[in-house]
Structure formats: structure tokens, C-alpha cells
Design a protein around this ligand. Structure first.
Ligand SMILES: Cc1cc2nc3c(=O)[nH]c(=O)nc-3n(C[C@H](O)[C@H](O)[C@H](O)COP(=O)(O)O)c2cc1C
Ligand SMILES: CCCCC(=O)C(=O)O
Length: 401
């Protein structure tokens, strides 16, 4: 019999601490302060930092906190089914690891350790274009576990095509095209530290290892020239919706557009051949003051209907957050910063620990809401702020006033 994710919780109680403090925290929001204590200030600033005054970063959390779950009782909770299907792939849970660039700034093994930790927990890994290890090496480290490739569409189409072909050849099973970053956001932490990983050589491995990228460089190029060429090639601020059909014609992989917040953009992406969407504001790192992802989700879901996979990220921290995102229309979530804090604290083991905690909490959230399966998570599990009202709760709601 397979173990339930929540068995981990029982194991911890049974093992006790032997009088010692456990090595890793189990509170999913406390990972950040533990990581802060071990990371250099510029690396912590890069990962934790938000754009502007951090209004969107805060809004992401407020959006989750303002919804409350209204659990249902006595429905039987012996076993829960966390699995979901996306693009014909069966996933262990409605959770994937978000693409996060330059992971060697928090741990020397970077994405290699992260993908192994993800594989240990059975969670698919989305590799950033801005990884610190070439996508082929990360694919090999994944050991056959599912992986997707996040594409930042470079300024040169030949480099773009080359990255896509390499991802196909290395067994990445979906492309996540990020569209919310024609330029880096205004990030005071990095500006104050005068720090960007890429300019220090972290996060450019997929370019340095690319024949089309190398073709644009003299064979004796020094480090400075490589970084300067990267800065010219990496981003494509001129990209428009009209470019999307070219990518669609290039690959048979599912294309998932990441960074959509407006219903019209969601519809347009699907009309132009996108197979799925990620509702995301990039964890509050791009446009400060933009809408919380969770608040944008229902309109995007309504715009594209039930047939199109819609994922969500930005602010997801706990198992209850995953339930809330699914109740508001997401098929799955991308889990971001907390796993990078786990990586900072303990490499591969830190990532798998964070994921085991998240899945245990999600498993328990299903048990405690009376949901036997992810497919049973629906909007009627949620209450907005204020006393409960509505058909099933009308009496109770009125009597509270
Ligand atoms: C340090 C860092 C680097 C990131 N790099 C990328 C990236 O290379 N590509 C991308 O699409 N998103 C990137 N993101 C955004 C994440 O994929 C995701 O949208 C965001 O982390 C969600 O917010 P959360 O981590 O606060 O939940 C990055 C986020 C962080 C924190
Ligand atoms: C070169 C990749 C850009 C990283 C990124 O998306 C971020 O820092 O948020």
C-alpha cells in the first residue's frame, strides 16, 4: 500500500527530536527566515526581493488570507487522492516547482539539487531558461521524473529555436513561455546591492552551452564579452502576440503561457494556440501594484472555460493555499520561493523536505475539508470575509448578525 503524504507527520511525532532541535523547520512560511540567516545578503535579496514597495508581494498573501475554508464533516477521510492529469501526464499532486533562475546563488549544486529533491517528492520541476546548469544536465539529474522547460524567448530566433530543440531532445514535456518580463522589474533590493546573478555568471548556462549563442561570439571571448552578449540576446522586449504562431509551428510540446492576469490576454493566448496558462504576477517581482494572482484567477478561468488547464502561482505557501487556488479555478499551482529556501538550507534534502511538508499539509487539508480527491475541491469550500451567507448557510448567516 502506498503511504499517504500525511504519514510524514505521524513519523515526525513518533521519532521525536531526541531532545535536539529538528534540522529543518516544518512551518512553510518560516523557511524564509531560516534561509535568510544562512544566505549572503545579496543572494537573499535577489530571491526574496519584490518590485517597488512590495505592494503586489503583500497583495498576493492578502488574497489568500482573505478567503477562509468552510470544512465539511463526516464524509469519510481514510484515503485521499491527490493526483491530477495535465496535458496527458498524471501528476502525484496539483503542484509543480516554479521556474526560478540562477539557483547556484543559494546552493552550489543549484538546479541539480533542486530537481533531485523534486524527484524524491514526485513533484515535476519547471527549469528556468536562466538556470545555472545546462538543461541537459538537469534532465539527467531528474532521473526520468517529469520536467518542463520555461522559455524566455531570446532576441534571436535561432537561439530560441535551439533552446526549444534542446528541451525536446532532453525529455522536457511542456514549454512554459513567460510573457510578463519584457524587462526586469524595478527591484530595490538588487539595485541597492548592485547585484544581478547573471552579470556575475550565474544563470547563463543555457546560453553559454548553446551552439547558436556561441556562434555570435568570437572563439576567444572572455567572461565580460560573454556576459555582454548574454545581455543583448537574453530578452526580447519587442515580442508581441503575433510571434506566438511561429513558436506554435515550431514544436508539438504543450505551450503554457505564464504571466497572464487579464481575461482578454487569456483568451488571446488560447486562440493563438496556447495549451494552458499560468496566472502569475511573477511573485510580485515585476509590476508593483499589479493585481494579486489569486484575485485575477476567476476571471481568467471564466474567459477560457473548463477545458483549458489553468495554473496559478505567486504567494502559494501552504496546503490550504493550494486548496483555495483550486477552489477558485486553478488545476494546479507552481510552488516558488519556499523550495529555494529549502535548497539554501539543505540542498536536495532541503527541497524534498519542503515538498514533503507541503504535500503532507495538502493531504491533511483534503482530509479536514472532507474532500476525498482533488476533483472534489470546489468553490463551495470557500467563504469570503464576513459572516457566512448563501443557500446552504442562510439561517446560520442571518443568526450571526
Ligand atoms: C529568485 C526568483 C527567480 C525567478 N526566476 C524566474 C524565471 O527565470 N522564469 C520565470 O518564468 N519566473 C521566474 N520567477 C518567478 C517564479 O516562477 C514564480 O512566478 C514566483 O516565484 C511566484 O511567487 P512566489 O515564489 O512568491 O510564490 C522567479 C522568482 C524568483 C523568486
Ligand atoms: C534571467 C532570468 C530572469 C530571472 C527572473 O525571472 C527573476 O529574477 O524574477
Amino acid at each position: 500500500m502506498t503511504r499517504a503524504h500525511a504519514d510524514m507527520v505521524r513519523d515526525i511525532y513518533l521519532a521525536g527530536t531526541g531532545g535536539r532541535k529538528p534540522r529543518m523547520p516544518t512551518g512553510l512560511t518560516s523557511m524564509e527566515e531560516h534561509a535568510r540567516a544562512v544566505l549572503p545578503a545579496n543572494a537573499y535579496g535577489y530571491v526574496a526581493g519584490n518590485a517597488g514597495v512590495g505592494a503586489t508581494g503583500r497583495a498576493n498573501r492578502q488574497a489568500f488570507d482573505q478567503w477562509r475554508l468552510v470544512p465539511r464533516m463526516l464524509r469519510g477521510a481514510t484515503r485521499r487522492d491527490l493526483t491530477v492529469s495535465l496535458f496527458g501526464q498524471r501528476l502525484a499532486a496539483p503542484v509543480l516547482l516554479a521556474p526560478i533562475a540562477a539557483q547556484t546563488v543559494v546552493h552550489p549544486e543549484g538546479e541539480l539539487a533542486a530537481v533531485r529533491g523534486a524527484a524524491d517528492a514526485g513533484v515535476p520541476f519547471v527549469l528556468s531558461t536562466g538556470a545555472s546548469h545546462p538543461l541537459e544536465d538537469v534532465a539527467a539529474a531528474a532521473g526520468g521524473q517529469p520536467r518542463w522547460f520555461q522559455l524566455y524567448w531570446p532576441a534571436h530566433r535561432a537561439v530560441c529555436e535551439s533552446l526549444v530543440r534542446r528541451a525536446e531532445a532532453s525529455g522536457y514535456s511542456a514549454l512554459v513561455l513567460t510573457v510578463d518580463s519584457p524587462s526586469f522589474g524595478y527591484r530595490p533590493a538588487d539595485l541597492d546591492n548592485g547585484y544581478l546573478p547573471f552579470l556575475n555568471g550565474a544563470g547563463i548556462a543555457n546560453f553559454v552551452s548553446d551552439p547558436e549563442f556561441q556562434g555570435g561570439l568570437p572563439s576567444d571571448a572572455g567572461e565580460r564579452e560573454v556576459v555582454e552578449h548574454w545581455a543583448r540576446v537574453f530578452a526580447n522586449p519587442g515580442l508581441t502576440w503575433d510571434d506566438l504562431p511561429w513558436l506554435r509551428s515550431l514544436t508539438g510540446l504543450p505551450i503554457v503561457i505564464k504571466g497572464v492576469l487579464h481575461a482578454d490576454d487569456a483568451r488571446r493566448a488560447v486562440e493563438l494556440g496556447a495549451d494552458g496558462l499560468v496566472v502569475s504576477n511573477h511573485g510580485g517581482r515585476q509590476l508593483d501594484g499589479s493585481v494579486a494572482s489569486l484575485d485575477a484567477l476567476p476571471a481568467v478561468r471564466a474567459a477560457v472555460g473548463d477545458g483549458v488547464p489553468v495554473l496559478l502561482d505567486s504567494g502559494v505557501r501552504t496546503g490550504s493555499d493550494v486548496v483555495k487556488a483550486l477552489a477558485l479555478g486553478a488545476d494546479a499551482v507552481l510552488y516558488g520561493r519556499p523550495y529555494v529556501y529549502g535548497l539554501a538550507l539543505d540542498g536536495q534534502e532541503g527541497v524534498s523536505h519542503v515538498l514533503r511538508c507541503l504535500l503532507a499539509e495538502l493531504d491533511l487539508a483534503l482530509a479536514l475539508t472532507g474532500s476525498g480527491a482533488v476533483s472534489e475541491i470546489t468553490a463551495d469550500l470557500l467563504a469570503p470575509p464576513g459572516p457566512l451567507a448563501g443557500p446552504g448557510n442562510a439561517e446560520g448567516g442571518d443568526s450571526c448578525r
